[in-house]
Design a protein around this ligand. Structure first.
Ligand code: NAP
Ligand code: GDD
Length: 324
């Protein structure tokens, strides 16, 4: 029998790739999005290629509105619920700490409550994050590593992560948490550093832009491809028991490395174009993320197909195509 899955945040990077995967697997996908002033075409650009699918249903849900979550769970009685919606920009979370916490913590709690009260056998996935390791630079970071969040974003995500464990233990709900390290793609939001770099390189190459303003180039991240990571999310919910997992490539690179690699590939010199702008510094920085995905390798059989270079080239080439 076909399964039904709710994906919150379907218009985002991960939501769109997960929808592709679940539709391929024959699921009925209930994709939730919130109303904003941006027009429908712009808002749904990551899912424009699947909007005609008869197995995709879009519903209006703001995850800070518990009633809208209860209605959609009650209406569709889902087999799986992927909680991907979030205020996902770490820098922005310092400017909007209250609403970030409302979305990133309460959105998770309302979903857990809706499942507990209305569909207790629904399997739940929470989008947890390597940002929870914060300024703990013990490397590589894995499930035994001490959490040390240093942003409102990471604090809210860590509270939600603990809420997932609490519902699993207290009510025997199948609630799994994926601690995912950075993952990118051509569908990445344009204000995250990788996409900002690939888009700028493409536009500079085509003569459409001269300058790229960036913040801290020393930060190190474990970057993978979102397409690989959504497979891991799905695998987590196909297990017999709920659990926590880390998804990462097991390699780390600095922002400077990413910048140099993309610009070199484009035949450009960063020194001719990059300006360091303190506007992009954060009040507190996460200096180094480098993940240990060994449990996911072992228990889920999950291994990423993309490495850093293939990811960067795919993003750059798609940005050239879009700018041409
Ligand atoms: P994204 O592209 O920013 O997508 C987030 C989605 O959430 C957007 O569709 C956004 O829609 C929606 N959203 C925000 N606030 C909402 C609200 N109040 N109600 C309903 N929808 C709302 O993020 P992503 O990169 O796909 O990440 C997916 C999830 O994984 C997030 O929870 C993120 O924190 C987490 N995560 C991401 C990474 C990564 O490297 N990508 C790593 C670890 C964890 P609007 O257009 O309306 O804002
Ligand atoms: N966004 C941005 N813009 N970041 C910059 C810039 C800039 O102009 N210049 C330097 N950086 C640095 C940031 O200070 C950070 O150290 C690093 O580049 C990566 O920033 P982002 O791409 O914004 O990602 P992030 O690591 O802060 O957060 C992402 O990954 C988390 C998982 O570790 C997001 O996707 C989060 O939602 C996710 O949880």
């Amino acid at each position: 029998m076909n399964k039904t899955a709710i994906i919150t945040g379907i218009t985002g990077q991960d939501g769109s790739y997960l929808a592709d995967l679940l539709l391929e697997k024959g699921y009925t996908v209930i994709g939730t999005m919130r109303r904003t002033v941006s027009d429908f075409e712009d808002k749904t650009k990551n899912i424009s290629h699947i909007l005609d699918s008869s197995n995709l249903i879009l519903e209006e849900v703001d995850i800070t509105d518990s009633s809208s979550i209860y209605q959609v769970v009650n209406k569709y009685q889902p087999d799986e619920y992927y909680n991907l919606a979030a205020q996902s920009h770490v820098g922005t979370s310092f400017k909007t700490p209250v609403s970030t916490t409302d979305i990133n913590l309460m959105g998770c709690l309302y979903a857990l409550e809706a499942i507990r009260l209305q569909k207790p056998d629904c399997k739940f996935y929470q989008a947890s994050t390597s940002e929870m390791f914060g300024d703990n630079t013990v490397c590589p970071q894995g499930l035994g590593t001490h959490f040390s969040p240093v942003s409102p974003y990471a604090c809210a995500k860590l509270a939600a992560h603990h809420m997932v464990g609490t519902y699993r233990k207290s009510y025997n709900i199948f609630a799994s948490s994926g601690i995912l390290f950075n993952h990118e793609s051509p569908r990445r939001g344009e204000n995250f550093v990788t996409r900002k770099i690939t888009k700028a390189a493409a536009r500079i190459k085509l003569g459409l832009q001269k300058e790229l303003r960036l913040g801290n180039l020393e930060a190190q991240r474990d970057w993978g491809h979102a397409k690989d990571y959504v497979k891991g999310m799905w695998l987590m919910l196909q297990q017999d028991k709920a659990d926590d997992y880390v998804l990462a490539t097991g390699k780390t690179n600095s922002v400077q490395d990413f910048l140099d690699y993309v610009f070199d590939f484009a035949g450009l010199n960063p020194k001719d174009h990059v300006v360091i702008d303190p506007k992009f510094y954060r009040p507190c920085e996460v200096p180094k993320l480098w993940g240990d995905p060994s449990k996911a390798n072992r228990k889920l059989g999950w291994y990423p197909e993309y490495d850093f270079k293939r990811l960067a080239i795919e993003m750059y080439e798609e940005d050239v195509r879009q700018a041409t």
